[in-house]
Design a protein around this ligand. Sequence first.
Ligand code: SAM
Length: 214
Amino acid sequence: MEDHERLRDLMVSTQLVPRGITNERVLQAMRKVPRHLFMPEHVRYSAYSDSAIEIGEGQTISQPYMVAIMTELLELTGTEKVLEIGTGSGYQAAVLAELSAEVYTVERIIALAERAKETLKGLGYKNIHIVTGDGTTGLEAIAPFDRIIITAAAPTVPPPLVGQLKEGGIIVAPVGERFSQRLLKGRKVRNHLEEEYSTPCAFVPLIGEYGWTG
Ligand code: SAM
């Protein structure tokens, strides 16, 4: 077994399972996706540590546990069309792509979107589509989506995203203040989000028309 595989197994058994991640498909995807390849070389030594890591442009790749819990909350079965807001390194998109049919992911910083494209192409992912722009307005042309995940801190759920979510669909997002949030899981029922808040978290801000200003 190569070293990185061993580190991923360890990440799953020491960071995810003890904190209550039980979905075996999610755990398997986290064991499979080579997280170290999504970050700049000089920080790869800490790729499997229990923390978020800087990826440049003032942005981060989320802590493995956050990726796992948000993915688990999405209840993916393999058939879904998923929208992610905040591509960053592309790592979360890869985990989603292991568990769903198609992933559309939007990033506002062009340099990050380009790097994520290269990484995902190198790994052979064909079901991930990266779009550059303000994800708070969603992707009207591709909607509706079965699932939506926002991986940056939102003051509230952007209304266009609720509009682009299918009836019965799930949206997961860190919602709250600029520097501290809770994970929101919302299910769209009769055109409305039924909301449940869980784990406290601290994401970088969602910046855009329906997010924070600059
Ligand atoms: N999912 C990423 C990963 O796996 O590496 C981590 C996302 S990082 C915590 C948040 C990302 O959201 C940053 O790359 C940031 O540039 C992006 N972002 C912030 N506001 C955005 C917006 N309105 N539209 C698209 N991306 C946005």
